[in-house]
Design a protein around this ligand. Structure first.
Ligand SMILES: NC(=O)c1ccc[n+]([C@@H]2O[C@H](COP(=O)([O-])OP(=O)(O)OC[C@H]3O[C@@H](n4cnc5c(N)ncnc54)[C@H](OP(=O)(O)O)[C@@H]3O)[C@@H](O)[C@H]2O)c1
Length: 353
C-alpha cells in the first residue's frame, strides 16, 4: 500500500501572481479515518470554489490541497466502511468535514457517504465534472418547486451550474429567460439549450434597472415566478424585482465582502417590487451544507449523486462538455484557475491523472 503521494499544495493565498502552489513529490498519506475510503484520483474538475479558497475565502487555512470534484477508483477501505469494495469506480464532491484534503493529488481520503458509483456511461473526466454543478442544479429545482408553464429567469445560464440547470428547468416545461454577457454567450445558450434568442438578455453596458426592465419586457411586461441568481451582487436585486405574487428568488452565491449590503428589497410591504409585498421567498442554496454539519447529514450527498447518475443514465440530463487542461502539475492548476477566473471556456475544466 502506498505511503506517499504526489500532490499540488496551496502554500499561500492570493491572486495567481501572488499565491504559491507547490508540487509535493512525497506527501505522507495519513492513516485512514473510520468510515473513510481512499480513492485513487483519475480526474479532478475545477470550480469557482477552488479559486475562492485560493483567495482565502470560507475560512480556508494554508497549506492545503484544493480540489472538490473528482472521480477515481477505490484503493483502500477504512474500518467501518462497508459500501464499496476495492477497485470500484466512484465519483464525489469533497468539501467541508467529510474529507481530509482535496483532490489535486494522486489519492483523496473521503467519507464513504459523500461518494457514489460513477455513472457507467461516462468516462472519469466527464464524471469528475458533474458533482458540484449537477447537485447544485438539482437542489435549485427541488427548492424552487418550479411548475410547468412558469417563467424562470436564470442569471449566468451559460456557466457550469447554468448549463446543468437549464435543461432541468426545460424538462419541467417552464419557460426560460436567461442573461448572457456577450453575443457569443447568447449564441451558445441558443445553440446548446434551444433558448430563443429573444429570451436572452445580453446585459453588457446595461444598468441593473435596465436589465430588470428587459427581463420583464421579454415576459410581455408581466412579472415572473422564479429567478435564479448564479452570479451574485446586484443581480440578486434584479432577480427579486422581476418577480410577481408568490415569486421565489434563489441564489447560490455567497457575498464575501463584509460591506456588501445585500441588495434584496424585502420591505416595505406596500411596494409590490419588494419580496414582502409579493409574499415571496428567498432561498439560499449551498450544495456543501450537509458536509459542514453533523456526520449523519453527509449521506445526503451520496443520495444526490445517485439521483444525478440516474438522470444521466436515463438520458434526462447530459454531462457537461469537458476540456482536459493537463495532468497533475502546478502548471495545469495555474492554467485552469486562470481560465476559470476569466470565464475563457464554456466547458468544465478537468485535470487528468
Ligand atoms: N452555493 C453553492 O452551492 C454553489 C455551487 C456551485 C457554484 N456556486 C457559485 O456559483 C457561481 C457560479 O458557478 P459556476 O460554476 O456556474 O461558474 P461559471 O461556470 O464560472 O459561470 C459563471 C456564469 O456567470 C456569468 N457571468 C459572468 N459575469 C457576469 C456578470 N457580470 N453578470 C451576470 N453574469 C455573469 C457567466 O456567463 P456570461 O459571461 O455569459 O454572463 C457564466 O454563465 C460561482 O460564484 C460559484 O462559486 C455556488
Amino acid at each position: 500500500m502506498a505511503k506517499f503521494m504526489k500532490a499540488v499544495q496551496l502554500q499561500s493565498f492570493g491572486p495567481l501572481d501572488k499565491c504559491e502552489f507547490k508540487l509535493i513529490e512525497q506527501y505522507p498519506l495519513p492513516p485512514l479515518k473510520e468510515k473513510f475510503v481512499r480513492v485513487r484520483v483519475k480526474a479532478v474538475a475545477f470550480n469557482p470554489i477552488d479559486y475562492k479558497l485560493r483567495l482565502g475565502s470560507f475560512g480556508a487555512k494554508v497549506p492545503m490541497i484544493l480540489g472538490a470534484d473528482f472521480s477515481g477508483i477505490i484503493e483502500d477501505i477504512g474500518t467501518g466502511a462497508t459500501t464499496y469494495k476495492l477497485g470500484d469506480e466512484v465519483y464525489g464532491m469533497a468539501l467541508g468535514f467529510a474529507k481530509v484534503e482535496g483532490a489535486y493529488a494522486e489519492f483523496i481520503d473521503v467519507s464513504e457517504d459523500i461518494i457514489a458509483p460513477k455513472p457507467k456511461s461516462l468516462n472519469f473526466e466527464e464524471s469528475a465534472a458533474l458533482p458540484i454543478v449537477g447537485l447544485t442544479a438539482l437542489q435549485i429545482c427541488e427548492r424552487a418547486n418550479i411548475k410547468k408553464n412558469e417563467t424562470v429567469l436564470i442569471i449566468g445560464a451559460s456557466g457550469g451550474v447554468g448549463s446543468m440547470l437549464t435543461p432541468l428547468v426545460r424538462s419541467i416545461g417552464a419557460k426560460i429567460i436567461a442573461t448572457a454577457g456577450s453575443d457569443e454567450s447568447a449564441k451558445l445558450l441558443h445553440q446548446t439549450h434551444g433558448i430563443p434568442l429573444d429570451h436572452i438578455v445580453v446585459y453588457q453596458n446595461l444598468s441593473m434597472d435596465q436589465i430588470r426592465d428587459k427581463v420583464l419586457a421579454v415576459n410581455g411586461n408581466k412579472p415572473i415566478q422564479v429567478a435564479v441568481d448564479l452570479f451574485g451582487g446586484e443581480m440578486k436585486r434584479v432577480c427579486a424585482e422581476s418577480l410577481g405574487l408568490y415569486g421565489r428568488v434563489l441564489t447560490i452565491v455567497e457575498e464575501s465582502d463584509p460591506n456588501f449590503k445585500a441588495a434584496i428589497p424585502f420591505y416595505p410591504a406596500q411596494n409590490p417590487r419588494n419580496l414582502f409585498g409579493i409574499s415571496g421567498t428567498f432561498h439560499l442554496v449551498f450544495v456543501a451544507a450537509p458536509c459542514f454539519g453533523p456526520q449523519e447529514n453527509w449521506i445526503l450527498i451520496q443520495e444526490g449523486l445517485k439521483k444525478l447518475s440516474k438522470q444521466i443514465e436515463e438520458g434526462h440530463l447530459k454531462a457537461p462538455p469537458v476540456e482536459v487542461v493537463g495532468t497533475l502539475s502546478v502548471e495545469t492548476v495555474v492554467k485552469a484557475h486562470k481560465m476559470l477566473e476569466s470565464h475563457k471556456s464554456h466547458k468544465k475544466l478537468v485535470m487528468k491523472l
